[in-house]
Design a protein around this ligand. Structure first.
Ligand SMILES: [Zn+2]
Length: 296
């Protein structure tokens, strides 16, 4: 369901059209790090850490460009967030493993402050790329094959362990669609929030079981979370979206770029190697990507 609810990735407040080469992109990422250190806090370690992954819900459509058909990453209202997908990458134990407080992603963040905010210890960049699957994706004009397009580059400015803290931050620091389209359980929520929101809190800021219409992963396969059960009485913490073992990530408006018309793609030789996404340093992070001149 909900294909009608897809929306353009390029809602970044920073216009990415001047960023044409990998070296332009590297410079922009470097400027974000400097700005963060000038305006927010110095990093404990200056070495940027990167995570590259395939966001299967982001599709390339002729005439529309990159659109988000899922809940994460979310681009609503000039804010970037990743709260409901790639939980394993962000610290959630997978399979039968027990929670690991030393998970490599957990170690990138300070402990929570009094507002439940976890600031990064070093620059943390997340680079979701689109799927190159032929089903659901059109070819970009002038480009001979389907590509893993770089959809957005986000330097994480805030992390949260709990949905409550994430929801409280959204209400405290933002307004408009950035909040309204993310909160899945407030009484005046728009339809898109129920399906595409990534913060399961109610009017009082309490965590709630995700609504049964909420979006699951890439939308293929049946959800195993029981949220199709409308009878109520489910423990909200039993749903993995609400687990406190994965860091819910936010990138504030000046710290991310999103492309409706993509400019960069994963290099052909790296297309099948995105399963080992840990990289260090801007050159290492960007070595997987190349600029792809458009035929627009
Ligand atoms: Zn669910």
């Amino acid at each position: 369901m909900g294909q009608d609810l897809h929306y353009s990735v390029g809602s970044s407040p920073t216009d990415p059209t001047d960023i044409e080469s990998i070296s332009d992109l590297r410079d922009w990422m470097g400027r974000c790090i400097e700005r963060y250190e000038n305006q927010v806090a110095e990093f404990e370690s200056p070495v940027p850490h990167g995570r590259v992954y395939i966001a299967r819900t982001i599709r390339y459509r002729s005439g529309e460009g990159l659109v988000q058909t899922g809940s994460a990453p979310s681009f609503f209202g000039g804010l970037w967030s990743l709260a409901t997908c790639k939980k394993g990458m962000r610290g959630e134990p997978e399979g039968d493993n027990s929670p690991n407080p030393d998970h490599p992603f957990q170690r990138l963040f300070h402990d929570s402050d009094e507002n439940g905010v976890r600031r990064p210890k070093c620059p943390v960049y997340i680079l979701p790329s689109s799927s190159r699957s032929k089903s659901g994706n059109d070819k970009r004009p002038g480009v001979g094959s389907h590509r893993n397009w770089l959809t957005s580059v986000a330097m994480v400015t805030h992390g949260f362990d709990s949905m409550e803290d994430y929801g409280a931050y959204l209400r405290r620091a933002h307004d408009g669609e950035a909040v309204a389209n993310r909160l899945t359980h407030v009484s005046d929520r728009p339809k898109i929030a129920e399906n595409r929101g990534d913060c399961h809190v109610d009017d009082d800021g309490n965590v709630r079981y995700p609504p049964n219409k909420h979006q699951h992963g890439d939308g293929s396969g049946e959800p195993k979370c029981g949220c199709g059960n409308t009878s109520g009485g489910l423990n909200p913490y039993d749903h993995v979206d609400n687990s406190e073992f994965h860091v819910k990530c936010v990138s504030e408006s000046d710290y991310w770029l999103g492309w409706t018309e993509p400019t960069f793609a994963i290099k052909p030789e790296d297309e099948f190697n995105v399963g080992s996404p840990v990289s260090k340093g801007l050159d290492d992070i960007l070595s997987r990507f190349e600029a792809v001149p458009g035929g627009q």
